[in-house]
Design a protein around this ligand. Structure first.
Ligand code: 1GP
Length: 242
């Protein structure tokens, strides 16, 4: 069966219940070199990726629709929007992470962008997945912190990260995304991944600063259901070759 016949959230629930791990490669439309796209997709098809995520904190070009159409011609992997703001919505994708930045206290990223996005999303066929998005301190200022003007959570304070994730679940989030930030020096502490995954009932996405295959394995072992790899693949499309 084509994996597009199964919706994204069902895949996430299945991954969590069956302990079969998922992997998303994140493509930032601003950073894609179009001449390389064919090779990039070829390498994605050869990799263990189960999904392609599309998005970025500041996507400045208007090429998301075109990028997705091009990608869809060359892969059957589901395409999930991971938008930095409502301008990054595209009906060409299969699903969208409808994010609320729960770690921050900036109302624009908690609810304002979502209000702006709702009427646009109503016009699309996208599968919409409410996602509690939690930014955790990672050793350097990341684009998410800069653009959202919010502080990341203390990486040593796992219980506060957990309480935030649980609040998200109680508010109706269907997924929790623990984010260290793209290009983070330090990825999410394994202890925090384990604490959160063991104490929420919804699937867990982990991303930011994972730069080795061992790092992926460690985050899976700690309890991540889906891992997002952006920078490591962007810098080296042979990242998954071994
Ligand atoms: C960023 O979690 C993703 O939102 C991926 O981060 O670019 O560090 O892999 P990296």
């Amino acid at each position: 069966m084509n994996n597009k016949d199964i919706n994204f959230y069902s895949q996430m629930l299945h991954a969590k219940s069956e302990n079969c791990k998922l992997l998303a490669i994140l493509l930032d439309p601003d950073k894609i070199i179009w001449e390389n796209l064919e090779n990039i997709i070829l390498k994605i098809n050869q990799s263990p990726a189960s999904h392609v995520f599309i998005g970025g904190s500041v996507v400045e070009n208007n090429s998301i629709d075109q990028l997705i159409l091009e990608i869809k011609q060359k892969t059957t992997l589901p395409i999930v929007l991971f938008p930095g703001n409502p301008s990054q919505i595209s009906d060409q994708a299969d699903a969208i992470l409808f994010l609320s930045l729960l770690s921050g206290r900036n109302p624009d990223y908690l609810i304002e962008h979502q209000v702006q996005a709702a009427p646009i999303l109503k016009q699309t066929k996208l599968e919409i997945i409410s996602t509690g998005y939690i930014l955790v301190e990672s050793g350097n200022e990341t684009a998410v912190a800069r653009v959202s003007k919010t502080k990341p959570m203390d990486r040593e304070n796992g219980s506060l990260v957990l309480a935030t994730a649980q609040a998200g679940e109680m508010l109706g989030s269907k997924l929790i995304y623990l984010e260290a930030g793209s290009g983070a020096k330090k990825s999410i502490p394994l202890t925090v991944i384990t604490l959160v995954s063991k104490n929420i009932g919804i699937p867990l996405i982990v991303g930011g600063g994972i730069v080795s295959l061992q790092g992926i394995q460690d985050a899976y072992n700690a309890g991540a259901d889906l891992i997002v790899i952006g920078t490591a693949f962007e810098n080296n499309i042979h990242f998954f070759d071994s």
